[in-house]
Design a protein around this ligand. Structure first.
Ligand SMILES: Nc1ncnc2c1ncn2[C@@H]1O[C@H](COP(=O)(O)OP(=O)(O)OP(=O)(O)O)[C@@H](O)[C@H]1O
Ligand SMILES: [Mg+2]
Length: 395
Protein backbone atom coordinates (compact mmCIF):
# COMPACT_ATOMS: atom_id res chain seq x y z
CA UNK A 1 0.00 0.00 0.00
CA UNK A 2 1.06 3.58 -0.47
CA UNK A 3 4.05 4.17 1.79
CA UNK A 4 3.55 7.90 1.70
CA UNK A 5 0.13 7.44 3.28
CA UNK A 6 1.37 5.05 5.97
CA UNK A 7 -0.10 6.45 9.21
CA UNK A 8 1.95 4.44 11.74
CA UNK A 9 4.61 6.18 13.78
CA UNK A 10 7.31 3.94 15.23
CA UNK A 11 9.92 6.02 17.03
CA UNK A 12 10.79 7.78 20.26
CA UNK A 13 8.22 10.27 21.45
CA UNK A 14 6.49 10.26 18.06
CA UNK A 15 2.81 10.91 18.53
CA UNK A 16 0.92 7.78 17.50
CA UNK A 17 -1.96 8.17 15.05
CA UNK A 18 -4.19 6.78 17.81
CA UNK A 19 -3.24 7.17 21.47
CA UNK A 20 -4.93 3.97 22.58
CA UNK A 21 -5.60 2.59 26.03
CA UNK A 22 -4.53 5.57 28.12
CA UNK A 23 -7.94 7.00 28.94
CA UNK A 24 -7.66 6.28 32.67
CA UNK A 25 -4.32 8.10 32.95
CA UNK A 26 -5.61 11.04 30.94
CA UNK A 27 -8.75 11.15 33.06
CA UNK A 28 -6.64 11.22 36.21
CA UNK A 29 -4.77 14.25 34.92
CA UNK A 30 -7.96 15.97 33.73
CA UNK A 31 -9.27 15.50 37.26
CA UNK A 32 -6.24 17.32 38.68
CA UNK A 33 -6.90 20.24 36.31
CA UNK A 34 -10.62 20.34 37.02
CA UNK A 35 -10.14 20.12 40.78
CA UNK A 36 -7.57 22.91 40.68
CA UNK A 37 -10.15 25.12 38.98
CA UNK A 38 -12.29 24.62 42.09
CA UNK A 39 -9.34 25.23 44.43
CA UNK A 40 -9.21 21.54 45.37
CA UNK A 41 -5.83 19.92 45.86
CA UNK A 42 -4.66 16.65 44.29
CA UNK A 43 -1.57 14.50 44.38
CA UNK A 44 0.97 14.95 41.61
CA UNK A 45 1.57 12.00 39.25
CA UNK A 46 4.45 9.77 38.26
CA UNK A 47 4.20 7.53 35.18
CA UNK A 48 6.57 4.58 35.14
CA UNK A 49 7.26 1.92 32.54
CA UNK A 50 9.73 0.19 30.29
CA UNK A 51 11.35 1.58 27.14
CA UNK A 52 8.94 2.11 24.26
CA UNK A 53 5.78 1.68 26.32
CA UNK A 54 4.53 5.19 25.56
CA UNK A 55 5.49 7.39 28.50
CA UNK A 56 6.76 10.33 26.47
CA UNK A 57 3.78 10.54 24.14
CA UNK A 58 1.43 10.34 27.11
CA UNK A 59 3.36 13.06 28.93
CA UNK A 60 3.23 15.24 25.80
CA UNK A 61 -0.51 14.70 25.59
CA UNK A 62 -0.94 15.78 29.23
CA UNK A 63 1.21 18.87 28.67
CA UNK A 64 -0.98 19.83 25.72
CA UNK A 65 -4.09 19.51 27.86
CA UNK A 66 -2.67 21.83 30.50
CA UNK A 67 -1.59 24.36 27.88
CA UNK A 68 -5.01 24.38 26.29
CA UNK A 69 -6.43 25.29 29.68
CA UNK A 70 -3.99 28.20 29.96
CA UNK A 71 -1.90 26.66 32.69
CA UNK A 72 1.71 27.71 33.13
CA UNK A 73 3.57 24.65 31.83
CA UNK A 74 7.24 23.71 32.00
CA UNK A 75 8.30 20.54 30.21
CA UNK A 76 11.83 19.18 30.43
CA UNK A 77 13.69 16.00 29.58
CA UNK A 78 16.23 14.96 32.16
CA UNK A 79 17.94 12.28 30.05
CA UNK A 80 21.64 11.85 30.69
CA UNK A 81 23.64 14.09 32.98
CA UNK A 82 24.08 17.85 33.20
CA UNK A 83 26.86 17.86 30.58
CA UNK A 84 24.96 15.96 27.91
CA UNK A 85 21.50 17.37 28.42
CA UNK A 86 22.38 20.93 27.58
CA UNK A 87 22.38 22.67 30.91
CA UNK A 88 21.39 22.16 34.50
CA UNK A 89 17.91 21.21 35.59
CA UNK A 90 17.45 24.80 36.73
CA UNK A 91 18.28 26.18 33.33
CA UNK A 92 16.03 23.68 31.55
CA UNK A 93 13.14 24.63 33.83
CA UNK A 94 13.88 28.33 33.36
CA UNK A 95 13.95 28.05 29.57
CA UNK A 96 10.75 26.07 29.34
CA UNK A 97 8.92 28.26 31.84
CA UNK A 98 10.09 31.32 30.00
CA UNK A 99 8.36 30.11 26.87
CA UNK A 100 5.14 29.31 28.69
CA UNK A 101 5.12 32.59 30.59
CA UNK A 102 5.61 34.51 27.36
CA UNK A 103 2.51 32.87 25.96
CA UNK A 104 0.43 33.26 29.07
CA UNK A 105 1.40 36.90 29.62
CA UNK A 106 0.37 37.68 26.06
CA UNK A 107 -3.03 38.18 27.64
CA UNK A 108 -3.11 41.47 29.49
CA UNK A 109 -5.29 40.26 32.39
CA UNK A 110 -2.71 37.67 33.28
CA UNK A 111 0.21 40.01 32.73
CA UNK A 112 -0.74 42.28 35.61
CA UNK A 113 -1.62 39.41 37.85
CA UNK A 114 1.68 37.67 37.19
CA UNK A 115 3.89 40.74 37.53
CA UNK A 116 5.41 39.95 40.92
CA UNK A 117 5.74 36.25 40.12
CA UNK A 118 7.57 37.20 36.92
CA UNK A 119 10.05 39.14 39.04
CA UNK A 120 10.64 35.96 41.04
CA UNK A 121 11.04 34.00 37.80
CA UNK A 122 13.59 36.53 36.63
CA UNK A 123 15.69 36.16 39.76
CA UNK A 124 15.37 32.33 39.54
CA UNK A 125 16.63 32.37 35.96
CA UNK A 126 19.35 35.01 36.42
CA UNK A 127 21.66 32.58 38.18
CA UNK A 128 21.58 30.25 35.17
CA UNK A 129 21.22 33.00 32.59
CA UNK A 130 23.32 35.90 33.89
CA UNK A 131 23.10 37.77 30.62
CA UNK A 132 19.35 37.92 30.98
CA UNK A 133 18.90 36.36 27.54
CA UNK A 134 15.68 34.75 28.70
CA UNK A 135 13.34 37.56 28.02
CA UNK A 136 9.71 37.55 28.90
CA UNK A 137 8.94 40.14 26.34
CA UNK A 138 8.10 42.68 29.03
CA UNK A 139 10.26 44.91 31.22
CA UNK A 140 10.59 43.37 34.61
CA UNK A 141 13.20 43.69 37.35
CA UNK A 142 14.38 40.63 39.22
CA UNK A 143 12.95 40.30 42.70
CA UNK A 144 16.08 40.28 44.83
CA UNK A 145 15.94 37.91 47.76
CA UNK A 146 13.38 35.65 46.13
CA UNK A 147 14.34 32.34 44.46
CA UNK A 148 17.97 33.46 44.16
CA UNK A 149 19.80 31.72 47.01
CA UNK A 150 21.50 29.33 44.57
CA UNK A 151 20.01 26.37 46.41
CA UNK A 152 17.70 24.64 43.93
CA UNK A 153 15.61 23.25 46.75
CA UNK A 154 14.74 26.68 48.18
CA UNK A 155 14.60 28.53 44.90
CA UNK A 156 12.33 26.12 43.06
CA UNK A 157 9.92 26.13 46.01
CA UNK A 158 9.78 29.92 46.10
CA UNK A 159 9.26 30.11 42.38
CA UNK A 160 6.54 27.45 42.42
CA UNK A 161 4.90 29.22 45.33
CA UNK A 162 4.87 32.68 43.72
CA UNK A 163 3.73 31.44 40.32
CA UNK A 164 0.97 29.23 41.70
CA UNK A 165 -0.23 31.89 44.14
CA UNK A 166 -0.55 34.45 41.39
CA UNK A 167 -2.80 32.33 39.16
CA UNK A 168 -4.66 30.21 41.71
CA UNK A 169 -7.75 32.38 42.02
CA UNK A 170 -8.45 32.41 38.31
CA UNK A 171 -8.75 28.64 38.36
CA UNK A 172 -5.50 27.68 36.66
CA UNK A 173 -2.19 26.45 37.99
CA UNK A 174 1.40 25.57 37.28
CA UNK A 175 2.62 22.16 36.15
CA UNK A 176 6.12 20.96 35.52
CA UNK A 177 6.48 17.77 33.48
CA UNK A 178 9.76 15.88 33.69
CA UNK A 179 10.53 13.09 31.23
CA UNK A 180 13.29 10.56 32.04
CA UNK A 181 12.93 11.71 35.62
CA UNK A 182 15.06 8.81 36.92
CA UNK A 183 18.06 10.64 35.44
CA UNK A 184 17.68 13.67 37.73
CA UNK A 185 20.34 13.98 40.42
CA UNK A 186 19.18 13.16 43.96
CA UNK A 187 19.23 16.86 44.94
CA UNK A 188 17.15 17.72 41.87
CA UNK A 189 14.59 15.05 42.69
CA UNK A 190 14.54 16.35 46.25
CA UNK A 191 13.96 19.91 45.02
CA UNK A 192 10.95 18.83 42.95
CA UNK A 193 9.53 17.00 45.98
CA UNK A 194 10.07 20.00 48.24
CA UNK A 195 8.34 22.34 45.80
CA UNK A 196 5.32 20.02 45.51
CA UNK A 197 5.25 19.56 49.27
CA UNK A 198 5.56 23.25 50.16
CA UNK A 199 2.93 24.43 47.71
CA UNK A 200 0.64 21.54 48.61
CA UNK A 201 0.70 22.49 52.27
CA UNK A 202 -0.65 25.89 51.31
CA UNK A 203 -3.21 24.44 48.89
CA UNK A 204 -1.55 26.12 45.92
CA UNK A 205 -1.99 24.60 42.44
CA UNK A 206 1.55 23.47 41.63
CA UNK A 207 2.01 19.95 40.27
CA UNK A 208 4.90 17.86 39.06
CA UNK A 209 4.22 15.09 36.55
CA UNK A 210 7.15 12.74 36.11
CA UNK A 211 7.77 9.95 33.63
CA UNK A 212 10.53 7.41 33.88
CA UNK A 213 11.72 3.86 34.33
CA UNK A 214 10.17 1.66 37.02
CA UNK A 215 13.09 2.51 39.32
CA UNK A 216 11.78 6.07 39.69
CA UNK A 217 9.51 5.58 42.72
CA UNK A 218 12.44 4.11 44.66
CA UNK A 219 14.73 6.99 43.70
CA UNK A 220 12.09 9.50 44.78
CA UNK A 221 11.68 7.72 48.11
CA UNK A 222 15.45 7.93 48.66
CA UNK A 223 15.41 11.64 47.82
CA UNK A 224 12.47 12.46 50.12
CA UNK A 225 10.88 9.90 52.37
CA UNK A 226 7.46 11.55 52.09
CA UNK A 227 7.49 11.39 48.27
CA UNK A 228 5.21 8.36 48.20
CA UNK A 229 2.44 10.55 49.57
CA UNK A 230 3.07 13.42 47.14
CA UNK A 231 2.65 11.36 43.99
CA UNK A 232 0.11 8.95 42.60
CA UNK A 233 2.30 6.34 40.89
CA UNK A 234 0.82 5.03 37.67
CA UNK A 235 2.52 2.09 35.98
CA UNK A 236 2.28 2.48 32.20
CA UNK A 237 2.23 -1.01 30.75
CA UNK A 238 1.61 -2.74 27.45
CA UNK A 239 -1.84 -2.18 25.96
CA UNK A 240 -4.53 -4.77 26.58
CA UNK A 241 -5.79 -6.67 23.53
CA UNK A 242 -8.69 -4.36 22.89
CA UNK A 243 -6.61 -1.17 23.06
CA UNK A 244 -3.82 -2.74 21.00
CA UNK A 245 -6.32 -3.71 18.30
CA UNK A 246 -7.66 -0.15 18.24
CA UNK A 247 -4.11 1.24 17.98
CA UNK A 248 -3.67 -0.89 14.85
CA UNK A 249 -7.06 -0.65 13.16
CA UNK A 250 -8.25 2.91 13.72
CA UNK A 251 -5.44 4.75 11.91
CA UNK A 252 -6.16 2.62 8.82
CA UNK A 253 -9.87 3.44 8.97
CA UNK A 254 -9.16 7.13 8.86
CA UNK A 255 -7.10 6.47 5.70
CA UNK A 256 -9.94 4.58 4.05
CA UNK A 257 -8.03 1.32 4.51
CA UNK A 258 -8.75 -1.73 6.66
CA UNK A 259 -7.26 -4.73 8.43
CA UNK A 260 -8.61 -8.29 8.39
CA UNK A 261 -9.29 -9.13 12.03
CA UNK A 262 -6.95 -12.13 11.79
CA UNK A 263 -4.21 -9.74 10.62
CA UNK A 264 -4.77 -7.51 13.63
CA UNK A 265 -4.42 -10.57 15.88
CA UNK A 266 -1.07 -11.42 14.32
CA UNK A 267 0.34 -7.95 15.03
CA UNK A 268 -1.17 -7.72 18.52
CA UNK A 269 0.15 -11.15 19.52
CA UNK A 270 3.64 -10.50 18.18
CA UNK A 271 3.88 -7.16 19.98
CA UNK A 272 2.54 -8.41 23.32
CA UNK A 273 0.79 -5.05 23.40
CA UNK A 274 4.00 -2.98 23.53
CA UNK A 275 3.18 0.25 21.69
CA UNK A 276 6.52 0.72 19.98
CA UNK A 277 6.45 -2.85 18.61
CA UNK A 278 2.83 -2.37 17.52
CA UNK A 279 3.80 0.68 15.51
CA UNK A 280 6.76 -1.08 13.85
CA UNK A 281 4.76 -4.19 12.93
CA UNK A 282 1.71 -2.24 11.74
CA UNK A 283 3.87 0.07 9.66
CA UNK A 284 5.73 -2.79 7.98
CA UNK A 285 2.49 -4.72 7.35
CA UNK A 286 1.03 -1.67 5.61
CA UNK A 287 4.14 -1.23 3.47
CA UNK A 288 4.17 -4.87 2.35
CA UNK A 289 0.44 -5.34 1.82
CA UNK A 290 -0.77 -5.08 -1.80
CA UNK A 291 -4.07 -3.74 -0.37
CA UNK A 292 -6.70 -2.56 -0.26
CA UNK A 293 -7.11 -4.62 2.91
CA UNK A 294 -4.21 -5.81 5.09
CA UNK A 295 -4.57 -9.61 5.23
CA UNK A 296 -3.21 -12.16 7.68
CA UNK A 297 -0.33 -13.12 5.37
CA UNK A 298 0.65 -9.45 5.00
CA UNK A 299 0.76 -9.18 8.80
CA UNK A 300 3.07 -12.20 9.08
CA UNK A 301 5.44 -10.60 6.59
CA UNK A 302 5.11 -7.25 8.40
CA UNK A 303 5.93 -8.78 11.76
CA UNK A 304 8.98 -10.54 10.32
CA UNK A 305 10.23 -7.34 8.70
CA UNK A 306 9.47 -5.35 11.85
CA UNK A 307 11.39 -7.84 14.01
CA UNK A 308 14.41 -7.59 11.73
CA UNK A 309 14.29 -3.84 12.06
CA UNK A 310 14.01 -4.04 15.86
CA UNK A 311 16.90 -6.50 16.03
CA UNK A 312 19.08 -4.30 13.86
CA UNK A 313 18.17 -1.08 15.70
CA UNK A 314 16.31 -1.05 19.01
CA UNK A 315 17.98 -4.15 20.45
CA UNK A 316 21.29 -4.12 18.56
CA UNK A 317 22.13 -0.53 19.52
CA UNK A 318 21.77 -1.45 23.16
CA UNK A 319 23.71 -4.68 22.81
CA UNK A 320 26.54 -2.84 21.07
CA UNK A 321 26.78 -0.39 23.96
CA UNK A 322 27.68 -3.20 26.36
CA UNK A 323 31.27 -4.38 26.92
CA UNK A 324 32.04 -8.12 26.68
CA UNK A 325 31.77 -8.48 30.48
CA UNK A 326 28.49 -6.60 30.46
CA UNK A 327 27.17 -8.85 27.68
CA UNK A 328 28.00 -11.87 29.82
CA UNK A 329 25.93 -10.31 32.58
CA UNK A 330 23.02 -9.61 30.23
CA UNK A 331 23.24 -13.18 28.91
CA UNK A 332 23.26 -14.62 32.41
CA UNK A 333 19.97 -12.85 33.08
CA UNK A 334 18.32 -14.09 29.90
CA UNK A 335 17.40 -17.44 31.44
CA UNK A 336 14.77 -15.58 33.47
CA UNK A 337 13.04 -14.24 30.37
CA UNK A 338 12.04 -10.62 30.77
CA UNK A 339 12.73 -11.07 34.46
CA UNK A 340 13.35 -9.69 36.94
CA UNK A 341 16.37 -11.72 38.00
CA UNK A 342 17.85 -12.04 41.46
CA UNK A 343 21.27 -10.32 41.45
CA UNK A 344 22.71 -13.10 43.62
CA UNK A 345 21.54 -15.75 41.18
CA UNK A 346 23.04 -13.86 38.22
CA UNK A 347 26.38 -13.67 40.04
CA UNK A 348 26.20 -17.39 40.76
CA UNK A 349 25.52 -18.15 37.08
CA UNK A 350 28.63 -16.13 36.25
CA UNK A 351 30.61 -18.31 38.64
CA UNK A 352 31.15 -15.53 41.19
CA UNK A 353 31.07 -16.17 44.88
CA UNK A 354 29.36 -12.87 45.74
CA UNK A 355 27.23 -10.16 44.13
CA UNK A 356 29.94 -7.62 44.99
CA UNK A 357 32.26 -9.17 42.42
CA UNK A 358 29.88 -8.23 39.58
CA UNK A 359 28.64 -5.07 41.30
CA UNK A 360 30.55 -2.67 39.02
CA UNK A 361 29.30 -4.43 35.87
CA UNK A 362 25.74 -4.28 37.14
CA UNK A 363 26.17 -0.60 38.05
CA UNK A 364 27.55 0.24 34.61
CA UNK A 365 24.62 -1.47 32.92
CA UNK A 366 22.23 0.57 35.04
CA UNK A 367 24.18 3.73 34.21
CA UNK A 368 23.95 2.92 30.49
CA UNK A 369 20.20 2.57 30.84
CA UNK A 370 20.13 -1.11 29.89
CA UNK A 371 19.05 -2.40 33.29
CA UNK A 372 17.16 -1.11 36.31
CA UNK A 373 16.68 -2.42 39.81
CA UNK A 374 12.94 -2.95 40.44
CA UNK A 375 13.73 -3.46 44.12
CA UNK A 376 16.65 -4.33 46.34
CA UNK A 377 18.42 -7.47 45.14
CA UNK A 378 16.58 -7.64 41.84
CA UNK A 379 17.62 -6.59 38.37
CA UNK A 380 15.70 -6.36 35.08
CA UNK A 381 16.07 -5.24 31.47
CA UNK A 382 14.72 -1.78 30.66
CA UNK A 383 13.51 -2.96 27.24
CA UNK A 384 10.82 -5.59 26.77
CA UNK A 385 11.88 -8.59 24.71
CA UNK A 386 15.61 -8.28 25.48
CA UNK A 387 15.89 -11.88 26.70
CA UNK A 388 14.44 -13.21 23.46
CA UNK A 389 16.79 -10.98 21.46
CA UNK A 390 19.78 -12.33 23.39
CA UNK A 391 18.62 -15.88 22.78
CA UNK A 392 18.67 -15.12 19.05
CA UNK A 393 22.29 -13.87 19.15
CA UNK A 394 25.29 -15.95 18.33
CA UNK A 395 28.05 -13.51 19.33
N1 LIG B 1 -1.03 4.58 23.62
C1 LIG B 1 -0.41 4.32 22.47
N2 LIG B 1 -1.06 3.81 21.41
C2 LIG B 1 -0.40 3.58 20.26
N3 LIG B 1 0.90 3.81 20.06
C3 LIG B 1 1.60 4.33 21.08
C4 LIG B 1 0.99 4.61 22.34
N4 LIG B 1 1.92 5.09 23.17
C5 LIG B 1 3.07 5.14 22.47
N5 LIG B 1 2.90 4.69 21.22
C6 LIG B 1 3.97 4.56 20.20
O1 LIG B 1 5.02 3.82 20.83
C7 LIG B 1 6.30 4.36 20.54
C8 LIG B 1 7.06 4.69 21.82
O2 LIG B 1 6.44 5.75 22.51
P1 LIG B 1 7.28 6.66 23.54
O3 LIG B 1 8.49 7.20 22.88
O4 LIG B 1 6.33 7.60 24.17
O5 LIG B 1 7.72 5.55 24.61
P2 LIG B 1 8.56 5.80 25.95
O6 LIG B 1 7.90 4.99 27.01
O7 LIG B 1 8.72 7.25 26.20
O8 LIG B 1 9.96 5.13 25.57
P3 LIG B 1 11.41 5.49 26.19
O9 LIG B 1 11.44 4.91 27.58
O10 LIG B 1 12.38 4.80 25.27
O11 LIG B 1 11.57 6.97 26.17
C9 LIG B 1 6.05 5.53 19.60
O12 LIG B 1 6.25 5.07 18.30
C10 LIG B 1 4.59 5.89 19.83
O13 LIG B 1 4.01 6.42 18.67
MG1 LIG C 1 10.36 8.42 26.34
Amino acid sequence: MDRVDNPYAPGAGLRPPELAGRDADIQEFETILARAALARASQSMVLTGLRGVGKTVLLNDLAGRARRRDWVVAQVEARGDADTRGGSFRSMVARSLNQSLRQVTGRSTLRDRLRSALATFKSFSLSTDPSGALSLGIEIDAQRGRADTGSLDLDLSELAFDLAASVADIGVGVVILVDEMQDLEPDELAAVCTAVHETGQRSLPFYAIGAGLPSLPGLLAEARSYSERLFAFRPIGPLDREAAAIAVSRPAESHAAAWASSAIDVVVDASAGYPYFLQEFAKASWDYAPGPRIEEDDAYIGVRAGREKLDAGFFRSRWNRATPAERDYLRAMAGDGDGPSASGEVARRLGKASVQQVGPTRANLIHKGLLYAPEHGLIAYTVPGMAAFIARQID
